[in-house]
Design a protein around this ligand. Sequence first.
Ligand code: BGC
Length: 469
Amino acid sequence: MAVTESGEASDRPVARTDSGPGKSSLIKWALFATLGSFLFGYDTGVVSGAMLYIRDQFHLSSFMQGAVVSVLLLSAAATAPFAGRFADRHGRRFTLIVVAVIFTVGLLVAALAPNVWFLLLARLILGAGVGAASAIVPVYLSEMAPTKMRGRVVSMHQLMVTIGLLTSYLVDLAFSGSENWRAMFGAGLVVSVLMIVGMRRSPETPAWLLQNERPDQARAVLKEIYPAGQVDQVMAAYGAGGKGAGRRMSWREVLTSPAVRPALIVGVGLAALQQFSGINTIMYYAPTIMEKTGLNASNALVYSIVIGVINLVMTLVALRLTDSAGRRPLLIVSAALMMLATIPLGLAFITLTGSASSLTALASTGAYIMAFAVGLGPVFWLLNSEIYPPQARAQAASIATMVNWLSNFIVSQSFLPLSESIGQGATFWLFGAVCALTLLFIIRRVPETKNRTLAQISDSLHHTGHNPA
Ligand code: BGC
């Protein structure tokens, strides 16, 4: 049987079926862990509706409004790299409990903030939660899931991000009548407290337990995932290399080791391209964009909700396809369609006018979100949890996560100034050019990881630099 250093079992002789005894436990643990992903979506989304009322209550300048929104992105970027190290030292499960506590504190401070400085502090704390959750939730899922289900299980991360985003828009809408922005933040507490309770009851990943020489505990977890008769076999497969894999790499090694570099290039490259292709200009500025085409922006929340629903539904489609169609086809179709969608989107601002402009902008924004949600959205996070060797996995994933948040910050800060100087249409064509680059990058560098164990994936990247086959 093939598996060794990854601390992950090959599932060929140890076949796991979707209907086996472990599926319900696995899904339960994955649901608890992905409450962190939900809060990633919720915390990034809730501020758009809340800002309408915060602005008036605290008399915020547009600079301060921008600061309240973007401090979360910077804090997420700053926290992510430490999350990996922490998760290696203290375990993935404990890290996620700490993440849930951070979310709880951040949401409480936001809901009770007496002035804008406390609100900034709250956004800083929430950013730490978002950064750590986005780095570690996918790693937890990836180390828990049997190979054949890994795509679906890890894509639950992105699905919960989209559910969190959509929920935040609906909660914003529900409290907009009473203008109660404190309740908008406070509502997230239900989820963060549930995450503390749920993660306390969930196990550590077998991979981490074995790397840290705790075979009895690893066996107990495996017993809940695999049919009884197969646990010994799985343990034997882990045993071959699990122990040796325990040595954690230093920062320098992660950044310079030839064993990690090809995977890190894929992870960091996709992290940056996912953001520079412009997704969050649509997620964060949809109402402003639509207003420029002549549509009435008073129904801003309705646009956000429509976008949120499209995003969620297409992520569900991706979830069904990652393990069957594979990661590369989804990414290729996604980047190509995103690129195509920016052509009419740009035209809507440059040559079209009146209802033709509004309709074209609406349709192409919808197509662009669909294309993102079916590939680049979920598959980046999936690959980022499965391509690195075990000794570097959490740290390398968190470096790419940092790049993702930093790129998000740069794009969201420069979108409005850029649109003002070169025009909205040209800005979208620029994003289209990035999508074309993304397509090339995927074709040349991104490996197919479907049906391969974590060990096989990192081996192939190690030996060949890249292995798109
Ligand atoms: C991205 C986020 C984005 C979200 C939208 C995620 O994959 O990392 O930046 O807001 O998708 O669904």
